[in-house]
Design a protein around this ligand. Structure first.
Ligand SMILES: N[C@@H](CCC(=O)N[C@@H](CS)C(=O)NCC(=O)O)C(=O)O
Length: 215
């Protein structure tokens, strides 16, 4: 199997996670961000992740890929129910996490931003939606304070949740990529339970955090 991804992409992280959690072999291929031809040939539009299955079928949509791998290989690991409170938390947190992460991704060494035209493609596309990156970066202090406050709320939600090792929910599959996106931001105060969880998930899913390149 082949999974086409961008390293920064939280939807791609969702798909990458299930291969690690289930120990299913897959070749992970990072495409240049300006490669429109490959995804369009595979699924008819320029969007990743894309999985090419063992029967050579191309599949888009991160959660479809996650469910397909969970159901097709070995016994399911996604048998825990969604956590509605954490789902609601994510809706609000996303509004801070993306504007913080996107200009930092654009300055990172992620493979999808080579050559330089690929980086420029990303910058042009995202600035058209989020506004000029220098303006986003100016708001770092305010946004970091706000997300640090929201992480304290998430920590309380974590305290009310029962967890069993080796058992996961789709909420986990949505949450880890968001926290991983935030890990490229300097100055985040990770509350202890969230910090332990994101590190454990990084190991179990074999998707690295970005603390080492935080900026
Ligand atoms: N609903 C899709 C969303 C995937 C998505 O938005 N992917 C982004 C990257 S994070 C993408 O490929 N956008 C087109 C582009 O970057 O040019 C999924 O869950 O797979």
């Amino acid at each position: 199997m082949k999974l086409y991804v961008y390293d920064h992409c939280p939807f791609c992280v969702r798909s990458r996670m299930i291969f690690g959690l289930k120990d299913v072999a897959c070749e992970i291929i990072t495409l240049p961000n300006n490669d429109e031809e490959t995804p369009t040939r595979l699924i008819g539009k320029k969007i990743l992740p894309v999985l090419v299955t063992e029967s050579n079928e191309a599949m888009g949509q991160s959660l479809d890929i996650v469910k397909y791998i969970d159901e097709t290989y070995g016994s399911s690991v996604l048998e825990m129910p969604d956590n509605p409170a954490i789902e609601t938390w994510m809706e609000e947190a996303t509004k801070l996490i993306y504007p913080l992460a996107i200009p930092r991704w654009a300055n990172s060494d992620f493979e999808e931003f080579q050559p330089d035209a690929a980086r420029q493609y990303f910058v042009n596309k995202k600035e058209a939606v989020f506004g000029p990156f220098p303006r986003l970066l100016e708001q770092t202090g305010i946004m970091v304070n706000e997300i640090n406050a929201q992480l304290e709320v998430l920590e309380l939600l974590f305290a009310h949740q029962e967890r069993e090792s080796g058992h996961f929910s789709l909420t986990d599959i949505r949450l880890f990529p968001l926290l991983r996106s935030l890990s490229i931001v300097k100055g985040i105060h990770w509350p202890p339970q969230i910090d332990a969880w994101r590190r454990e998930m990084a190991l179990g899913s074999r998707v690295n955090l970005n603390d080492d390149i935080a900026m």
